[in-house]
Design a protein around this ligand. Structure first.
Ligand SMILES: NC(=O)c1ccc[n+]([C@@H]2O[C@H](COP(=O)([O-])OP(=O)(O)OC[C@H]3O[C@@H](n4cnc5c(N)ncnc54)[C@H](O)[C@@H]3O)[C@@H](O)[C@H]2O)c1
Length: 398
């Protein structure tokens, strides 16, 4: 499929849909872009044009190539009249509202116009691909193709087969994403897929450390950046992502895992959402973004910083190891996901090997004994790797 230059349909012209349309058009595909709100398509085309202009200015793309990319994106016309303009597509990716009923209705409508060979992909972050595919007559052609924001910049794409997805669909989706010069990883249809599952403790454990009064946000951010080597601290990053979005992801993963305490959301973050203090976009979150507002100074205590990093890292490594154990993805794809999807300085399994599986286990057991909370239970695979002295990167055997 990748070489055939199929026409790609994108439904939903918001933040993600417009980025995905640009990526597909840049790879040479004709793109049909539609939205229930016609103004959103015009806005998306204007923002794609601006982004391409920037690429031209920076010498990344020639002027005529940028113009040709934009010319390959056509508006679908009023979706209230139906989806006929998607009839010739070989792939349609939806990036509409994160609502199961809306996505199911959309795929049912698309199925009535596209050919049998057309792949239907969802960019959902938190819904089950199986549930979205469940409303389709040909569920084998439905797959998750999960881009990260901004889609034009972030290299990682999670390919998510549902239990009903055919192997041909998965292979075609992976080949296509590779042809678009993105980095595909394959994951199971489980809550948060790879990145949004494994990254949870980066936020959740940092919030616990704050709530326990061990350190303030500025100190935890300083420790995670300067000692941990992360590009942004957890509170800076949550303020950047938006607490409305970050809290919704945590809550949905927590519920989808049947309220496993490992993913329990934080009341502190909940209160920020309640108060409308979503972070940068509202001018205030953990930090104040008003002009002239002073940024609080961290307590640059090396021992305290090390203890913070050690605790958060033990939780992150445990989450990555457990994902290996539960076959969420291969060890290699898990490493790729955290370095290319959220820019971690190292893969968590390799990082766990550096610390030593036995030491990560010791930290978690100490936390579990201290708190008496199942949140800190070590993965059975971490115990086995520590016992057998095996690398956390080794493949799991039945
Ligand atoms: N924003 C992110 O960081 C991010 C990252 C990865 C995946 N996602 C997922 O991508 C999807 C879209 O997210 P977004 O951030 O681009 O949202 P957005 O709100 O920016 O855009 C959604 C667009 O879909 C349109 N829409 C709603 N219902 C529609 C329908 N029935 N038919 C056609 N268009 C419809 C809206 O008018 C809007 O323009 C969601 O499923 C979300 O979970 C978001």
């Amino acid at each position: 499929m990748a070489g055939d230059r199929i026409t790609v349909g994108v439904v939903g012209a918001g933040a993600m849909g417009s980025g995905i349309a640009q990526v597909a058009a840049s790879a040479g595909h004709h793109v049909v872009l539609g939205d229930v709100n016609a103004a959103a398509v015009e806005k998306a085309r204007a923002s794609i044009a601006k982004s391409l202009d920037r690429d031209v200015e920076k010498g990344r793309v020639a002027r005529d190539a940028a113009d040709a990319t934009l010319a390959r994106i056509t508006a679908a016309g009023a979706l209230s009249d139906g989806y006929a303009s998607y009839a010739g597509c070989g792939l349609v990716i939806e990036a509409v509202l994160e609502d199961l009923a809306v996505k199911r209705a959309l795929f049912a409508a698309l199925e009535s116009v596209v050919s049998d060979a057309c792949i239907l992909a969802t960019n959902t972050s938190s819904l089950s691909v199986a549930a979205i595919a469940g409303g389709c007559a040909r569920a084998g052609r439905v797959v998750g193709i999960h881009f990260f924001n901004p889609a034009t910049v972030m290299p990682l794409v999670e390919i998510v087969p549902a239990i009903t997805t055919s192997p041909d669909t998965v292979a075609a989706a992976r080949d296509l994403i590779q042809a678009w010069r993105k980095v595909p990883v394959v994951t199971t249809d489980t809550p948060g897929f790879i990145v949004n599952r494994i990254a949870r403790p980066f936020y959740g454990e940092s919030l616990r450390i704050l709530e326990e009064g061990i350190a303030d946000a500025a100190t935890i951010d300083w420790a995670m950046r300067e000692i941990g080597g992360f590009r942004m601290g957890p509170f800076e990053l949550m303020d950047f992502i938006g607490h409305d979005v970050n809290f919704a992801v945590t809550s949905s993963v927590f519920e989808a895992f049947f309220f496993d305490p490992r993913y329990r959301p934080s009341l502190t973050q909940r209160r920020l959402v309640d108060a409308g203090l979503y972070g940068r976009k509202r001018g205030r979150g953990f930090y104040d973004y008003a002009d002239g507002a002073a940024k609080p100074a961290p307590v640059e205590d090396a021992a305290l910083g090390r203890a913070i990093v050690d605790r958060v890292l033990a939780m992150l490594v445990n989450e990555a190891v457990d994902a290996v154990y539960l076959r969420v993805a291969s060890p290699a794809d898990i490493e790729t996901s955290m370095t290319k999807g959220v820019n971690y300085p190292k893969g968590l399994l390799a990082w766990g090997d550096e610390i030593g599986a036995a030491e990560v286990l010791r930290r978690l057991e100490a936390l579990q004994a201290d708190y008496g909370d199942d949140r800190y239970r070590p993965s059975v695979l971490l115990r086995r790797r520590a016992r057998d002295g095996q690398s956390l990167l080794s493949p799991v055997t039945p």
